[in-house]
Design a binder for this molecule. Structure first.
Ligand code: GLV
Ligand code: MN
Ligand code: MN
Length: 400
């Protein structure tokens, strides 16, 4: 499975992946998913929001056990963020069949569409739509960096954009959802464990800062006469770092566009996106409010206008305690082995679904912790340990 996925959407320049929603690379990943489902004789379906499902047993029976993740990527993402969960799901199903496991419940594998939000700016579009956390009207207004709207992109990829919307009946079939994911930090490396269980996801969001000044000649405009939006932007980046450090949170400006983007022109517009996350809502509010306040002061000092728009937000997620404890019991087996339970600052479809269905996550050790980068890595032995843990969990839950 890895060998087949390896070349899809891979940049030869960076070695990273560019698998953005509803692009050719995404279509190839989706074709791969369908092939995997059909090769195993699973019932394949695409839901109204473009999420792909593969079923062993009849999902209509209800109380299904579902696993899966996503196949799209951030710009120059690693091979594991998303695909490890999907590949491991199919591999775990193979393992269960090899064991002749008795499954009393339907088992589903899902590939959620557009988890990273790399193209349209909003993460977890497929699961948000299904869970009713994003309305079709809001989704229809999303556009990519080239001005292509989400509906047009969906249409171009062969999906009907008019069909999108809440899917409560499909989600009601799920008794438990478990997402396996590569860890995006070093907690498991430090504890010496191959696999861990998620406790919570930090609240997080994305804010767009538009600094509008005046384009002018870089050689002839006196410094005193400039309204240069790059200056308050730069100061705001430093403020974000400072406020995050003071609050014990994180804040990142990782994306920026500049107009007119000429070497010898003072910019008319600097648009930067702030991604900020914290362990609790109050801390996150404190950081973002402080960054915005600082940005307003810097902008005013330079005669620059500032607009701030919150583009997405995900509140804190505390995964279902009963399900989490059950995973710990299953993975602990007859031993008193303590499987580490960890929180994360990364967002996941499991977090979106957690408001609707009992949800849990498994993390697989990442020896460097690096993620959202071509250098992201997990050792083969650890990936196998992840598959076996997932198979144990699915078997345990499907037997309940
Ligand atoms: C997704 O990986 C996110 O945490 O932004
Ligand atoms: Mn990611
Ligand atoms: Mn992911």
């Amino acid at each position: 499975m890895w060998a087949e996925l390896l070349p899809i959407g891979r940049s030869s320049a960076s070695g990273g992946y560019r698998r953005y929603a509803w692009t050719g690379a995404d279509t190839e990943c989706r074709a791969w998913f369908r092939t995997q489902a059909e090769a195993r004789g699973l019932r394949y379906e695409v839901d109204r929001n473009g999420n792909q499902w593969a079923w062993l047993g009849d999902p209509g029976a209800g109380d299904a056990v579902v696993t899966g993740s996503h196949l799209d990527s951030v710009p120059d993402g690693g091979a594991f963020d998303g695909p490890l969960g999907v590949v491991s799901s199919f591999a775990a199903l193979d393992e269960l069949r090899a064991r002749n496991a008795e499954l009393g419940k339907p088992l589903g594998i899902v590939n959620f569409g557009d988890e990273e939000g790399a193209r349209f700016g909003l993460a977890c579009v497929g699961s948000r739509l299904a869970a009713g956390q994003l309305t079709p009207e809001q989704a229809h207004r999303l556009t990519d960096g080239d001005g292509v709207s989400l509906p047009r992109a969906m249409e171009a990829a062969g999906h009907d954009p008019e069909a999108i919307g809440p899917d409560p009946e499909r989600l009601a079939r799920i008794g438990a959802f478990v997402e396996l994911h590569v860890e995006q930090g070093r907690a498991l490396d430090l504890s010496g464990d191959a696999v861990g269980i998620a406790s919570a996801i930090w609240p997080h969001g994305r804010w767009r800062f538009d600094f509008r000044g005046e384009a002018n000649h870089a050689g002839t405009t006196r410094l005193a006469d400039r309204r240069d939006p790059m200056l308050p932007y730069a100061e705001t980046v430093l403020a974000a770092r400072r406020e995050a450090r003071l609050a014990g949170a994180v804040a990142t400006f990782g994306k920026i566009t500049v107009e007119p983007n000429g070497v010898n022109a003072i910019p008319s517009l600097v648009r930067g996106w702030l991604d900020s996350r914290a362990a609790d809502q109050d801390t996150l509010d404190t950081v973002v409010n402080a960054v915005e306040q600082a940005a307003r002061e810097y902008a005013a000092a330079h005669g620059v206008d500032l607009g701030v728009v919150r583009e997405s937000f995900t509140p804190v997620v505390e995964f279902d305690h009963a399900l989490r404890d059950e995973l710990a019991r299953i993975l602990g087996g007859d031993t008193d082995l303590q499987v580490p339970v960890l929180g994360t600052g990364a967002g996941h479809d499991a977090g979106i679904l957690s408001g609707t269905v009992p949800t849990a996550m498994l993390f697989v050790r990442n020896p460097t912790g690096v993620s959202h980068s071509p250098a992201e890595f997990a050792a083969e032995d650890d990936c196998v340990a992840g598959v076996l843990a997932l198979a144990d969990v699915l078997e345990g839950l499907a037997r309940r």
